[in-house]
Ligand binder design. Structure first.
Ligand code: DX5
Ligand code: ZN
Length: 217
């Protein structure tokens, strides 16, 4: 199980130190939440922060674009140094989402497709052959520190079944309300990557926090 701490819950004033701490703590990826104030009711960070992290942090950068019409920006996120670019299936037409994923692949980066809680698992099917990762949201996107939606677990299992049958190399990531209590539920449902904001950056001992998320129940 890979753990991807979300910098949304980090202290941006000390971002470099925060990232170095979670890396030393055993975190596998770094999750960067990008919000435009339109697709979600919040604004966070963007391309300049990805560029700085690429220079200053030796970690795999998992970017989560919570933005309208991501096709407009995916190439710039790749050029800024993202290793993986996640776009939301709800953020544009099927044709444009396909183009966004193809653009990420053409840049030589991993492409992820993300589902909001109300979006059914079948929504991934037209895109599955192109995807390196499916991200299932277990909160409404926009804010850290929300409660894990257990009603997303059947969907997670359904996505796992699609991946096993059609794209076994594709990663399955879960984002929202993941902590030491909900991580085992995600693992049991077939997740391979867990995003955790408050459950890592909200804890003073980051090594203990990452260990707790990786622990088998
Ligand atoms: C929510 C973001 C998440 C968030 C997770 O819109 O996509 O990545 O930072 O935070 P926690 O783990 O605190 O729910
Ligand atoms: Zn996220």
């Amino acid at each position: 199980m890979k753990i991807a701490p979300s910098i949304l819950s980090a202290d941006f004033c000390r971002l470099g130190e925060e990232v170095a701490e979670v890396k030393a703590a055993g975190a596998d990826w770094l999750h960067v939440d990008v919000m435009d104030g339109l697709f979600v009711p919040n604004i966070s960070v963007g391309i300049p922060v990805v560029k700085s992290l690429r220079k200053g942090a030796d970690m795999f950068l998992d970017t989560h674009l919570m933005i309208e019409r991501p096709l407009r920006y995916v190439q710039r996120f790749c050029e800024a140094g993202a290793d993986l670019v996640n776009v939301h299936v709800e953020a544009d037409t099927e044709e444009n989402i396909r183009k966004a994923i193809e653009t990420v692949k053409a840049c030589g980066k991993m492409a992820g497709l993300t589902l909001k809680p109300k979006t059914p698992a079948e929504a991934i099917l037209p895109f599955l052959p192109l995807c390196d990762l499916i991200l299932v949201m277990t909160v409404e996107p926009g804010f850290g520190g929300q409660r894990f939606m257990e009603d997303q677990l059947p969907k997670l299992r359904q996505v796992r079944a699609y991946l096993d049958a059609l794209a076994p190399a594709c990663e399955l990531e879960v984002d929202g309300g993941v902590d030491e209590n909900t991580a085992p539920l995600c693992a049991e449902a077939g997740a391979s990557v867990l995003v955790a904001g408050s459950a890592v950056f909200g804890k003073p001992d980051r090594a203990a926090a990452v260990r707790a998320l990786k622990a088998k129940p």
